[in-house]
Design a protein around this ligand. Structure first.
Ligand code: PEP
Length: 251
């Protein structure tokens, strides 16, 4: 039985003051559920967030990191730095990193290994563009992103990783994949994990859905057999809607 995991990707939003307000509202609205709640604020708010979530059920993640340990990488941040401010998770391979910053599957795989070596849990994002869906190559694209992203990752390591299936055409567009469309790809991802590792390992991996998740569609999406949670963008920026998603989820 996999518990549901709801993560909020704040992207490049929220000053320190705004972060304090949002986290306080979230803490007030959460009543102990066994749903795991993760927030991924911008780097500048991580330390503040870490102090505020202590003793609550909220856990901390970052939105990105570099694969090198340290050195001349202006503007980048390392896995150990994220650990030192209390991060337990890190989003890797988000479609905005892939599309805007040109991150390749191979580069993302290096980050996955670095995160694992520092005991950070990667939330590895995969998903096809609209063009790729229309060309009927969704599964080819997702397969490549997943298998290259997890290259040389052991089954023990894979069991702890979170995969986020995020169809790019559904991110920030208000267009959600139907529960059936999402379930089909989630099931495909689980089959790939079974082929690469084992049924036992595949059954343990959390596979989140991301792409315009809101309180109104969360229940139906997260009731699908292979959808174990959500990676939420826009709707996590307001406490009401993020809490609405958490509460909509049947665990
Ligand atoms: C995301 O950026 O990961 C995301 C899913 O965004 P949104 O919920 O806004 O579509």
């Amino acid at each position: 039985m996999r518990n549901k995991v709801i993560a909020g990707n704040w992207k490049m939003n929220n000053s320190i003051e705004e972060s304090v307000k949002l986290i306080s509202e979230l803490k007030q609205g959460l009543n102990e559920t066994d749903i795991k709640v993760i927030i991924c604020p911008p780097f500048t708010s991580l330390e503040t967030a870490n102090a505020l979530i202590k003793g609550s059920q909220i856990e901390l993640g970052a939105q990105n990191m570099h694969n090198e340990t340290s050195g001349a990488f202006t503007g980048e941040i390392s896995a150990s730095m994220l650990k030192s401010v209390g991060c337990k998770y890190v989003i890797l391979g988000h479609s905005e990193r892939r599309a805007i910053f040109g991150e390749s599957n191979e580069f993302i795989n290096k980050k996955v290994h670095k995160a694992l070596s520092e005991n950070l849990i990667p939330i590895l994002c995969v998903g096809e563009s609209l063009e790729e869906r229309e060309k009927n190559i969704t599964k080819d694209v997702v397969k490549k992103q997943l298998l290259v992203g997890l290259d040389s990752v052991s089954s023990d390591q894979a069991e702890g990783i979170i995969i986020a299936y995020e169809p790019v055409w559904a991110i920030g567009t208000g267009k959600t994949a139907s529960p059936e469309q999402a379930q089909e790809v989630h099931e495909f991802i689980r089959t790939l994990l079974e082929e690469k590792y084992s049924k036992e390992t595949a059954e343990k991996v959390i596979i989140q859905y991301g792409g315009s998740v809101k309180p109104e569609n969360a229940f139906e999406l997260l009731s699908q057999k292979d959808i174990d949670g959500a990676l939420v963008g826009g709707a996590c920026l307001k406490a009401d809607s993020f809490l609405g998603i958490i509460k909509a989820v049947k665990n």
